[in-house]
Write a protein that binds this ligand. Structure first.
Ligand SMILES: Nc1nc2c(c(=O)[nH]1)N[C@H]1C(S)=C(S)[C@@H](COP(=O)(O)O)O[C@H]1N2
Ligand SMILES: [Mo]
Length: 282
């Protein structure tokens, strides 16, 4: 049987091979075949990594896989950058270039990105459990959330796959106000937010309690489309989009940082777009 070290070396070799394919394809007329080969190599690398114990080396190689996947996705997203059906277009120019984080470009459309399948949920399917280090565990439905102070914010949205959508108007309730209902213990320093089907992400408690972190049910004044996390999603405008969990099911207060779905696969623990914290080690 292959040892863990041999398996890690095999993954490193797959990544080198992927880079060769990428280099050879650059500027050539037939990128589709190269894309397929790249996707196959990266899938195999990811599958192998998932069999291995969670070491620093696994995390480092996972970051390499995720970075290459995100670059492939960025190319595939091209058609959605101009416009998307059902969502009014966002501005594609700004007066102040300092408003755009490094490595990002503006999109008028609102690309849809998630792992697995979007659930077909109606308002009655919303149920958010607030648990972990809390004094009063809560299970909240949509009417209960909507009865807390409703706020409207306009914020830019930055995805790690290099697109940014400006001026999104979100309507919802501050996560801070939702957490307060559960009476978090003082030692709760982090939160792990989960969403359907098996998605999650980590936030420090202070990031989670920022003024503009919402559980949102509307975008641009319309009920949040199912593909974008409707009926209810988290919005964390200050951080890359993977922190904005769609179809939220649970918010767990913790006294330590526990990585979520993408962080475990090499995305950065914090994810600040202004310092390009895309992947572990950035
Ligand atoms: N439940 C769930 N939420 C998720 C994801 C996911 O895979 N599952 N993907 C995240 C990622 S990587 C991004 S960039 C944003 C994209 O939101 P959008 O599809 O509304 O553009 O959702 C985030 N929330
Ligand atoms: Mo993303």
């Amino acid at each position: 049987m292959e040892s863990d070290d041999e398996s890690l070396a095999a993954v490193a070799a797959l990544l080198r091979r992927a880079d060769e394919v990428h280099k050879a394809a650059a500027g050539r007329a037939e990128p589709a075949a190269a894309r397929e080969t790249l996707a196959r190599l990266l899938d195999e690398a990811r599958e192998r990594l998932e069999q291995l114990p969670r070491t620093d080396e696994r995390l480092r190689l996972s970051a390499g896989v995720s970075r290459r996947w995100a670059d492939l996705d960025a190319a595939a997203l091209e058609p959605m950058l101009a416009a998307t059906p059902d969502v009014p277009p966002a501005p594609r120019t700004v007066d102040d270039p300092a408003r755009i984080p490094p490595g990002q470009r503006l999109t008028a459309g609102f690309p849809v990105l998630h792992v697995g399948r979007a659930p077909d949920w109606g308002p009655g399917d919303v149920s958010v459990t607030v648990t972990g280090l809390v004094g009063r565990r809560q299970v909240l439905d949509l009417p209960t959330l909507q009865a807390i102070d409703t706020v409207d914010i306009v914020r830019d949205f930055h995805c790690v796959t290099h697109w940014s959508r400006l001026d999104n108007r979100w309507t919802g309730v501050r996560l801070r106000d939702v957490l307060a209902l559960a009476d978090p213990r003082p030692e709760a320093s982090h939160v792990l937010v989960s969403g359907h089907p098996a998605y999650s992400t980590n936030l420090t408690r202070s990031a989670a309690e920022a003024d503009d972190v919402l559980l949102a049910w509307a975008h641009e004044g319309q009920p949040l489309p199912g593909a974008h996390g409707g009926p209810l999603r988290l919005v964390v405008p200050a951080l890359y989009g993977w922190k904005s969990v769609k179809w939220v099911t649970e918010v767990r207060l913790l006294d330590r940082d526990v990585r979520g779905y993408w962080e475990e696969r090499g995305y950065h623990d914090v994810g600040d777009p202004w310092s390009e914290q895309r992947y572990q080690g950035d």
